[in-house]
Design a binder for this molecule. Structure first.
Ligand SMILES: Cc1cc2nc3c(=O)[nH]c(=O)nc-3n(C[C@H](O)[C@H](O)[C@H](O)COP(=O)(O)OP(=O)(O)OC[C@H]3O[C@@H](n4cnc5c(N)ncnc54)[C@H](O)[C@@H]3O)c2cc1C
Length: 469
């Protein structure tokens, strides 16, 4: 007898409506008392896999490619119609950070992706740190090409809404899309949802948050009609300190002065004006409000306020800076960006102390070099600790002690708040995604649990691919 996770996103109330003919609800699956045979009638089996990756962001699409290239029959589930996660659904840029003084810190498939995107005219590598500016639409195209070339089955426009459990083992995930509910069975699952949705549904214990604070959400947008050739923008649009700090100081100072003078402005961060590789346009990261992305009502309400803030700041920029006098909002991101939410309580939790001291674990599978970068949830502050040496991530931060076929990668791995504040950046998420994908395929090939694999073999595979460890 399997148990269907009771931590569901679909409301019970849906079961009472006459929706069954259109799309059966997960609530009705639950009422079947975990009888898999009956559940399949409501949520038919769409595929049986070796590895299912949930979430197609930087961690997820790299994890899926890594697993598939090792011969695992792989599927990827993504609730939007394209891949890239925060890069393409949040307009978050650049991809930070691949190198220290021109030396790669993260290699392998993530770097292959960057080089492929560059060859398509969609990436500009900012040496010596190798922050990656990118064209958002080419990013999506490059992701989908690499995913399809690896032979991965894609389930886009599909939200993962539940899972079936046999003890602590996940036997399937349930997705919802225009077909209704569908089931995907798999030997191993990788949670790359950013928010740890699958781990949460499987009732994996999460990191405590005694401070009760989360880094704020920021709604990024594209501003066009900007004088990107001007001195001001040229100094602000790049991130390696070549042209000064990436935060746009003159604009920040003006906004702070306006706030101090009593002008009613929302809180803001930066601001950062990021290169999207098209003259006249920048991706703007300026808005900031406390939000909990795992609480639908809270997140929806805050996102509406942030949308208002986008237009407030656009007006202020137009009125106060000649470089922005003709600017207009040409696009808002599909959703507000999320910096922090759930993280699993893994076999090992990476601490800030280990992280800044570049502690090297026996099972190190990825690295990071972005500063520990904490945005205040209220106000305009940000604290930042620069790293002098690349920090390491152990395999044990991607797994729990008890769940034999679950790995996580990206933002929801097992770290404390401070270490997350560095590891959350996209190159680092790609690095843990690569390791999770390789580990999942290894589990399948050797018929082992995620706790029992030979990490020396995993590290050897990663090095063969060019991972820098
Ligand atoms: C405002 C802001 C600025 C940032 N600036 C930078 C920066 O300059 N450089 C940098 O490198 N990083 C930056 N980051 C951090 C970085 O973007 C994220 O931490 C990173 O993208 C996390 O990667 P991920 O793959 O773990 O998750 P995400 O990128 O969040 O991807 C998760 C994917 O899973 C999908 N998904 C989620 N739940 C489900 C579900 N239930 N079913 C199906 N699909 C699901 C989502 O749609 C998404 O595609 C910033 C973040 C924010 C919010």
């Amino acid at each position: 007898m399997t148990k269907i996770s009771r931590r569901l996103f679909l409301k019970k109330a849906v079961a009472g409506l006459a929706v069954a003919a259109v799309a059966p609800s997960l609530a009705s699956c639950e009422e079947l008392g975990g009888d898999s045979h009956k559940i399949r009638k409501i949520a038919p089996l769409a595929g049986k896999y070796d590895v299912v990756v949930v979430g197609g962001g930087p961690a997820g699409f790299i994890a899926a490619i890594a697993a598939a290239r090792q011969g695992a029959k792989t599927a990827i589930i993504e609730r939007y119609g394209f891949f890239g996660g925060m890069a393409t659904i949040g307009y978050v840029a650049p991809i930070s950070v691949f190198a220290l003084k021109n030396e790669l810190v993260i290699g392998g498939i993530p770097w292959e992706f960057v080089k492929r995107l560059e060859s398509m005219g969609g990436a500009f590598i900012e040496w010596p740190k190798a922050n990656i500016d990118f064209d958002i639409e080419l990013y999506k195209l490059c992701c989908q090409r690499m995913i399809l070339e690896a032979g991965i089955d894609i389930y886009t426009h599909s939200a993962m809404v539940g899972c079936e459990m046999e003890g602590k083992s996940i036997s399937s995930v349930i997705i919802e899309n225009k077909n209704g509910l569908e089931t995907l069975e798999s030997k191993v699952f990788i949670d790359c949802t950013g928010d740890g949705d699958l781990a949460h549904m499987a009732e994996v214990p999460m990191q405590p948050n005694p401070e009760g604070e989360l880094q704020p959400s920021s709604f990024c947008f594209i501003l066009s009609g900007v004088d990107t050739k001007s001195d001001l923008l040229n100094k602000c649009m790049y991130h390696n300190g070549i042209n000064g700090p990436s935060q746009c100081k003159p604009v920040r100072e003006k906004l702070l002065a306006m706030k101090a003078a009593g002008v009613d402005l929302p809180d803001f961060g930066g601001p950062w004006f990021n290169n999207v590789m098209h003259e006249g346009s920048v991706a703007v990261n300026i808005t900031r409000r406390a939000a909990d992305s795992t609480n639908n009502r809270n997140f929806s309400a805050v996102e509406c306020q942030l949308r208002e803030d986008i237009f407030t700041f656009t007006r202020v920029l137009k009125e106060n800076f000649k470089e922005f006098k003709n600017c207009y909002v040409s696009a808002t991101a599909p959703q507000a960006g999320i910096r922090e939410s759930r993280r699993i309580l893994g076999v090992h939790t990476v601490t800030a102390d280990e992280y800044v001291n570049a502690f090297r674990y026996e099972d190190s599978i990825s690295r990071g070099i972005h500063p520990i970068d904490i945005h205040a949830s209220k106000g305009t502050h940000q604290t930042r600790i620069d790293l002098t040496k690349p920090a390491y991530v152990p395999y044990r931060a991607l797994i729990t002690a008890e769940y034999p076929n679950l790995l996580v990668a990206g933002r929801c791995i097992s770290t404390d708040r401070q270490a997350l504040a560095s590891l959350r950046v996209m190159a680092s998420c790609m690095g843990t995604g690569q390791a999770a994908g390789a580990a999942a395929a290894q589990c399948v090939a050797n018929n082992q649990t995620v706790q029992n694999i030979d990490t020396a073999q995993l590290v050897a595979t990663l090095k063969e691919w060019g991972a820098v460890l």
